[in-house]
Design a protein. Structure first.
Length: 197
């Protein structure tokens, strides 16, 4: 694509499964974990570190009460969007709505700290205006997912907690075959902070 896509980092979910096990005051996005580079950082910071430097248009979608999450996003060049709903569909639509002129949208969950930077770059390289580029490990779709400009209206129409995966059935998929288990590894429970891929 001629124009660079925007990155939408999803950081509005409340992580209820994680909080049930770790404590109601524990935010999984801020939990320290050892990245694949051996460095200890908060979960969200690992995600932000692995974004390609050339993707300078970055939006972090979070809720108004998560000040530390917002500060971390800003430290990595993200425009922070505060939403009143933690739903994934709502977050994606808000992010796309804030940059409708982008050359596409790379949707990156904030709780997936073990995706390699090279994998993110490959997904971006495969983005096309009328297609969805998605990493595939074995037979499973992973993250991040790149949506070409042709999907803008569909992404703006998302709402609630349903993400964009339903668009796969109607869209043109460009599978990006990877060997990176990080594309499937999200931190839903405290045990998932230890990567064993």
């Amino acid at each position: 694509m001629s124009q660079e896509p925007a990155v939408i980092v999803l950081a509005a979910g409340q992580g209820s499964r994680y909080r049930q096990l770790a404590g109601a005051d524990q935010d999984k996005l801020l939990a320290p974990c050892i990245g694949r580079d051996g460095v200890v950082r908060p979960v969200l910071e690992h995600v932000l570190v692995n974004l390609p430097a050339r993707l300078s248009r970055r939006l972090l979608v979070t809720t108004a009460d998560r000040h530390a999450v917002a500060r971390l996003g800003q430290a990595y060049g993200c425009q922070v969007l505060r939403v009143d709903s933690p739903g994934m569909g709502h977050s994606i639509a808000a992010g796309v709505g804030a940059c409708t002129d982008a050359g596409g949208w790379l949707v990156m969950p904030g709780d997936m700290p073990f995706i390699l930077a090279s994998t993110v770059e490959r997904v971006v390289q495969e983005m096309e205006e009328g297609a969805i580029s998605v990493p595939v490990l074995g037979a499973e779709y992973g993250h991040p997912v790149g949506f070409g400009r042709g999907y803008g209206a569909a992404l703006l129409g998302l709402s609630g907690d349903r993400g964009a995966r339903r668009l796969f059935a109607q869209g043109t998929l460009v599978p990006v075959s990877v060997t990176d288990p990080g594309v499937l590894w999200d931190v839903d429970v405290p045990q998932a902070l230890l990567f064993s891929g």
